[in-house]
Ligand binder design. Structure first.
Ligand code: ARG
Length: 486
């Protein structure tokens, strides 16, 4: 068996079970690009500080580049007995270039190395997710643009509530995604500080230049950076201790995943025979192994399903961290699989939601024919009455104070009675005769019919951010500009 790089004080090797149990190479090999990037920056800094020669630096950098190529070509052998990505690469480098490679770990510990790798990995992953979020937003805005005038039932409690324009609903997803992106951008700012040079926990007695490595790796600054007065500056112990940046990233992913899950749920529901509001194309549907007629919206069900693992990943790392004393503990090795899993899931979810948005059509006829049901215009009718009271106040010079605070509740009650009448007559509000309405309350006049029916109802919305068609057209145009859609 090969001696461990840390094996100086050991008289015997670890058991096979311990080796299998403690290795992380089976998954942390994915960090190789960042590990090599960090090592190159570290070697360059060591040479600039006179801690190694420029000749050794060149040999190290060249050797690391060769290793990177081998890995990318699939020709590198990852060895479990070498534990993790750091040891695998360092041992391979020593094999290739000999003595100079043994100087690479000067003023460095795996504790600051792993957290540097991880921060670099998170930074890139956030950038990938941000691109996918934008792609989904674009797909949703394009979809909305195809149905500018389509009125759909708006639901609360999954019961018919008020009519809304379809783009208004689709843009609500776009807005949510924008906040998801914002959370990731904020998180990225805090991710982007460099722990390298914190070493095991206490820093080092060697004259390293942490500002140089931080700059080379495109970090904002080293963790702790008093000069820049950043409020989230931290000391070497904190640099190797905390995984709050991982938690924050996982939390942002979880919120985004929950948003996507809700879209998934809505679309699955709308694709059902009962709703029949949308049809996914065959390219984003799957069939049944037994029922020949089936065409299922599986991708969106799995979007809903995968949100569970994203939330679970956050829980795993929260619980992982809660009992740890300060500085590095080996438990922290367990942060990687949930982190990788969360990012993989969220990227897949975003991609599939985008493809779904590009490949569904809304069934305008079916939606329109369903609109008369459910009294979607009832609230608009209550608004009509509120306005009507105003005219009464003016026309009959009724004292304002006598009516203040009463009208909406009164209106609500009157419309409620009108709806009750409809249920006995088995008709819609717009189908009630003026005499019927007047029997409920004499305040109704013939202009009431300008408020009834979903189309009239939608047109009555005027408040900022509402579903009125002017507002929605503006919202859509704003998004098209913001997302660069011509
Ligand atoms: N594989 C370890 C991890 O993922 C790297 C750091 C190990 N450090 C140590 N002193 N054993 O956290």
């Amino acid at each position: 068996k090969e001696a461990k790089l840390w094996g100086g004080r050991f008289e015997e090797g670890v058991t096979d079970a311990v080796e299998r149990f403690t290795e992380s190479i089976s998954y942390d090999w994915q960090l190789y690009k960042y590990d090599i990037m960090g090592s190159k920056a570290h070697a360059t800094m060591l040479a600039a500080q006179g801690l190694i020669t420029t000749g050794d630096r060149d040999i190290i950098v060249e050797g690391l580049d060769q290793i990177k190529r081998l890995i990318q070509e699939g020709k590198f052998e990852w060895r479990k007995d070498r534990e993790d990505v750091h040891m695998n690469i360092e041992a391979a480098l020593i094999e290739r270039v000999g003595e100079p490679a043994k100087k690479l770990h000067t003023a460095r510990s795996r504790n600051d190395q792993i957290v540097t790798d991880l921060r670099l990995w998170c930074r890139d992953s956030i950038d990938k997710i941000l691109i996918r979020i934008k792609q989904l937003q674009v797909a949703l805005v394009m979809l909305a643009s195809k149905y500018v005038d389509l009125i759909v039932p708006g639901y609360t409690h999954l019961q018919r509530a008020q009519p809304v324009l379809l783009p208004h609903l689709l843009l609500s997803y776009v807005e949510q995604l924008e906040r998801d992106a914002g959370r990731l951008v904020n998180c990225r700012e805090r991710v982007n500080f460099c722990p390298l040079g914190a070493c095991a926990l206490a820093g080092t007695g060697l004259p390293i230049d942490r500002f140089k490595t931080a700059k080379d790796l495109k970090f904002t600054a080293p963790m702790k950076n008093r000069q820049l007065q950043v409020h989230f500056s931290t000391y070497s112990i904190d640099a190797v201790s905390d995984r709050d940046f991982v938690l924050e990233f996982l939390a942002a992913n979880s919120i985004a995943a929950v948003h996507l899950s809700r879209i998934g749920e809505e679309w699955v529901l709308w694709a059902s025979e009962e709703f029949g509001f949308l049809t996914p194309s065959d390219s984003v549907s799957t069939g049944s192994s037994i029922m020949p007629q089936k065409k299922n919206p599986d991708p969106m069900e799995l979007v809903r399903g995968k949100s569970a693992r994203v939330v679970g990943d956050l829980m795993t790392v929260l619980v992982l961290c809660k009992g740890l004393p300060q500085a590095y503990n080996r438990d922290l090795q367990e942060d990687k699989e949930p982190l990788f899993d969360s990012v993989k899931a969220i990227l897949g979810m975003l991609e599939v939601c985008t493809e779904f948005a590009q490949n569904i059509s809304f069934n305008s006829k079916r939606i329109q024919s369903s609109l008369p049901a459910g009294y979607l215009d009832a609230t608009t009718l209550a608004d009509y009455l509120v306005k009507k009271w105003d005219t009464i106040i003016v026309a009959y010079n009724v004292s304002l104070s006598a009516l203040q605070g009463v009208p909406f509740r009164t209106s609500h009650e009157i419309v409620g009675r009108s709806v009750a009448l409809c249920t006995t007559k088995n008709c819609q509000l717009g189908e009630l005769k003026l005499d019927d309405l007047k029997a409920v309350h004499p305040v109704f006049e013939s202009d009431v019919y300008e408020y009834l029916g979903v189309e009239n109802a939608v047109n009555k919305f005027i408040s900022y951010g509402s579903t009125g068609s002017e507002q929605v057209k503006e919202q859509l145009e704003d998004w098209r500009i913001q997302l660069g859609i011509s």
